[in-house]
Each structure stands twice: as C-alpha cells, then as structure tokens.
Ligand binder design. Structure first.
Ligand SMILES: Cc1cc2nc3c(=O)[nH]c(=O)nc-3n(C[C@H](O)[C@H](O)[C@H](O)COP(=O)(O)O)c2cc1C
Length: 181
C-alpha cells in the first residue's frame, strides 16, 4: 500500500485525536487513521510503513475489555496479529499516558506493541528521549529511551503539539522512503 497506515486504540478519544493530528502533519502520504476495534489483521498488514498508537490502561497489558474499554481495543485485536511476519515493515509507535497519576507505570502499554514489532522482525523507528517527563518507572523505556513518542494530555498537554511536530518531522523521511521502495 502506497500510504502510511495509522492505527490506534482508544477509550476516551485522545489517542484518536493524536492520530488525526499526525495524519494532518503527514498530509497526502497518510491513509485515514483507523481504530483497531474496527480493523482486521489484513487491513493493517497491507502497509509497509505504519504508525501505531495506544493509551495505557490496566497493569502490564494492552488496553481492552479487561481494562474496561467497552468497545474493545488492542487486547482484542492483537490475537489476530500474533506471529505475523513484519520483516520489511517500518513501524513508528506512540503512546498516551499520565505521568502525574501513574508515575510508577507511565505509558506502560506501549511496550507490548514494541515487543510485538520486534518479535515480527519490524524496523521500529521514532524512539524518543525521556527528557522533559517526570516519572519513576516506565516499562516503555528501553536502552534509556522511550520506544516511541509518549504524549501526556493530562499533565503536559501544552507540550503535545511541539512534540508531535518534532517527532513527525523526524520519522517522515524514513516512512516516505519506505513508500518509494
Ligand atoms: C482508569 C484509568 C487507568 C489509567 N492507567 C494508566 C496507566 O497505568 N499508566 C498511564 O501512564 N496512564 C494511565 N491512564 C491515563 C490514560 O492512558 C490517558 O489518559 C490517555 O490519554 C487516555 O487515552 P484515550 O483517551 O485514547 O483512551 C489511565 C487512565 C484511566 C482513566
């Protein structure tokens, strides 16, 4: 597919809003963002360049019905994708969290998308510095960096647009190069 696929899960809509902002920043190169609760594995796997986003709910898991996301989320979608061959795919990840309220497990759900990408052999891009965030622990930090862009609309909403623009600027050339291949 000659576009960048953007797939997100959400409960209260913030992760969707972020997907829409990313799509706008990417312009024509991006396909319309899709909620994973309305998506099939084939919908997602048709793309070679992807952005995947999740909020954080529960403890050490992806959000879904067991974390009271009534419409379903990554927890329900991920079983369809288990074992998928992601080699040749370039994937950037983003996660939503609340560092003030959940400093001991800030943006924890994103690590599960990262683990899935790594297990499938994807090229994960868009790692992001922890500088400017205040928290005690996040499983989504690997080798001193977040595995993707972390946005906190609860405690640091004023920084969101700047972070988004910087991150998209950084990953866009790599994603576009993937489309040209
Ligand atoms: C019940 C509940 C549990 C949450 N658990 C966590 C958490 O463990 N870690 C975290 O960083 N944020 C947590 N959050 C914050 C959400 O991830 C954050 O508000 C996010 O922006 C929600 O995204 P959404 O509107 O797309 O559902 C929680 C929020 C709620 C309401």
């Amino acid at each position: 597919m000659n576009k960048i696929g953007i797939f997100f899960g959400t409960d209260s809509g913030t992760t969707r809003l972020m997907a829409k902002k990313m799509s706008k920043l990417l312009g024509d190169a991006a396909a319309k963002p899709v909620n994973v609760n309305r998506s099939t594995a084939d919908d997602l796997l048709q793309y070679d360049a992807l952005i995947l986003g999740t909020p954080s709910y529960g403890i050490n898991q992806l959000p879904g019905k067991s974390t009271k996301v009534a419409d379903g989320c990554w927890e329900e979608f991920m079983p369809q994708l288990q074992g998928a061959d992601l080699s040749g795919k370039t994937i950037a990840l983003y996660g939503l969290g609340d560092q003030e309220k959940y400093p001991d497990r800030f943006a924890h759900s994103l690590i599960h998308l990262y683990d899935w990408c790594m297990a499938g052999g994807a090229d994960v891009i868009g790692q992001w510095s922890t500088e400017g965030y205040t928290f005690d622990h996040s499983p989504s930090v690997v080798d001193g960096e977040f595995v993707g862009l972390i946005l906190d609309q609860r405690s640091q909403s004023l920084l969101t647009d700047e972070r988004l623009a910087a991150w998209i600027n950084r990953i866009k050339p790599t994603l576009l190069a993937k489309l040209a291949n």
